[in-house]
Design a protein around this ligand. Structure first.
Ligand SMILES: O=P(O)(O)OC[C@H]1O[C@H](OP(=O)(O)OP(=O)(O)O)[C@H](O)[C@@H]1O
Ligand SMILES: Nc1ncnc2[nH]cnc12
Length: 182
């Protein structure tokens, strides 16, 4: 089996294990639910490996994962890349000193925070989340990483909602790896 066939099979497996839930959490939103992907041990392992593959030789120091669904595969990804894991959380959840950024979501507004001592100047950071919609969360994560003197050297998403063009908001010239464009 060639590489293209392997990729097609992986995409088919992902599609089978991501559910569309109409009108959740509010009317008009087509919610992409990754819980079946987590529930199935084969897709759990496969997704983690496939996410890591493009970044294996990129000397990633830290994976930054976005609460909460960015935590699910984010720590697997960090472990696979032998990188540290840094959580970006919703306000008031991180116990030590934090930096904050506010942004617009596909539904609503949100603020996110990172610990000020998350990493040192010059750290090479991979930003991971389950899904990119408008790109607001990943752009806010970029802002926080850069404010701390880190360098975003990659973005990793399982799903991109293509029509929302969220990747337009990301740091220019930085590789973006998406497993499934919907
Ligand atoms: O590209 P954006 O428009 O910013 O949207 C994408 C974000 O929205 C979802 O998280 P949500 O805020 O629903 O939180 P959750 O992961 O805790 O469910 C998703 O997991 C991303 O983090
Ligand atoms: N349509 C969607 N499905 C799942 N998570 C989301 N986050 C923002 N938009 C989303």
């Amino acid at each position: 089996m060639g590489m293209d066939q392997v990729k097609q099979q992986i995409i088919a497996l992902l599609k089978e294990n991501i559910r569309n839930i109409p009108d959740f959490p509010q009317p008009g939103i087509q919610f992409k639910d990754i819980t079946p992907l987590l529930q199935n041990p084969d897709t759990l392992e496969l997704t983690s490996r496939v996410l890591a593959r493009p970044f294996r030789k990129k000397n990633i120091d830290y994976v930054v994962g976005l609460e909460s669904r960015g935590f699910l595969f984010g720590t697997n990804l960090a472990q696979d890349l032998h990188a540290g894991f840094i959580p970006i959380r919703k306000p008031g959840k991180l116990p030590a000193e934090t930096l904050s950024a506010t942004y617009a979501l596909e539904y609503g507004n949100d603020t996110v925070e990172i610990h000020k001592d998350a990493f040192s100047e010059g750290a090479r950071v991979l930003v991971h989340d389950d899904l990119i919609a408008t790109g607001g969360s990943a752009a806010a994560a970029t802002e926080l990483v850069e404010e701390l003197g880190g360098k975003v050297v990659g973005y990793s998403f399982i799903i991109a909602l293509e029509t929302l063009r969220g990747t337009d908001l990301l740091a220019p010239g930085v590789p973006v790896k998406v497993l499934l464009s919907l």
